[in-house]
Design a protein around this ligand. Structure first.
Ligand code: ADP
Ligand code: MG
Length: 258
């Protein structure tokens, strides 16, 4: 089967008035169908840049981006991108916010609307469909944003620190919900997070980046026992603490070198 994401020798420099700054250098990454990979690393190591390149929002200075076997040419409905902030429109109801992506891609019909309502139900938001964003908690709004991203049924989901602004308990619940929903749909996902335990709990591979310039430092496969457990319980599995420690130490030594 074709990999969902292939980055080959991707380099990106942001051009300023006086100089160019190298954000990502010679990045090679392949993500297979149904995989859930996490990108971790210090602030400024290029995580958001990499997601924006995969999303087709940013054209890299050099290198090749191949999505589902085709060279990338701009944003596509195959790829859903969810940001840290929820960006719901305050004047639209929850349901109208949730169907926005469908509306924009011309895919809104009775069937897709019904499926969106089912997703809202899955996320425990069914009775909020006619409410407005201001009436919801932060965790609920984040779930609405997730429903909106999933409603167009993207085969590839890009998540940029989607849980970082939430209370710890809500964050754990959402990790479970998201990971279960994606597993059920066979969605491929790339998650950016600064929370190492979250990365290990939800993904099949943790990719550690280093900065100046952004590069892959080391890739850590997550053992099957941890992978098989729901995120909430993954943290209790044998080997979790050891893997956490191993990645942590590698991060520390990368930090000392940069
Ligand atoms: P991360 O998400 O890991 O914090 P980013 O991808 O946001 O990292 O940034 C990588 C590097 O590129 C940083 O040095 C950052 O300052 C720089 N950078 C990011 N966005 C821009 C931009 N729009 N213009 C210029 N430099 C940028
Ligand atoms: Mg970022």
């Amino acid at each position: 089967m074709l990999p969902v994401v292939q980055l080959k020798g991707v380099t990106h420099a942001y051009l300023g008035d006086l100089e160019a700054s190298l954000a990502v250098e010679d990045l090679n990454l392949t993500v297979e169908k149904g995989e859930f990979v996490s990108l971790v690393g210090p602030s400024g190591c290029g995580k958001t840049t990499i997601l924006s390149i995969i999303a087709g929002l940013l054209q890299p200075s050099r290198g090749e981006v191949v999505i589902n076997g085709r060279p990338m040419n701009g944003p596509s409905p195959e790829v859903g991108y969810m940001l840290q902030q929820d960006y719901l429109f305050p004047w639209r109801s929850i349901l109208d916010n949730a169907v926005l992506g469908l509306e924009l891609t011309g895919c809104l019909n009775d069937d897709t609307k019904k499926k969106t309502l089912e997703l809202l139900q899955d996320m425990g938001l069914k009775d909020k469909a006619q409410a407005y964003p201001a009436q919801l908690s932060g965790g609920m709004r984040q779930r609405v944003a997730l429903v909106r991203t999933l409603a167009t049924d993207p085969g590839l989901l890009l998540l940029d620190e989607p849980f970082s602004a939430l209370d710890y308990q809500i964050k754990l619940q959402l990790e479970d919900l998201v990971s279960e929903t994606l597993r059920r749909r066979g969605t491929t996902a790339v998650l950016v997070t600064h929370d190492l335990s979250e990365a290990i709990a939800v993904s099949s591979r943790v990719i550690l980046l280093q900065r100046n310039p952004g590069k892959i430092r080391k890739v850590f496969p997550v053992p099957e026992v941890i992978r098989a457990a729901p995120p909430l319980y993954a943290r209790d599995q044998a080997g979790f603490a050891e893997l956490f420690h191993e990645i942590w130490q590698e991060m520390e030594s990368a930090g000392r070198e940069s």
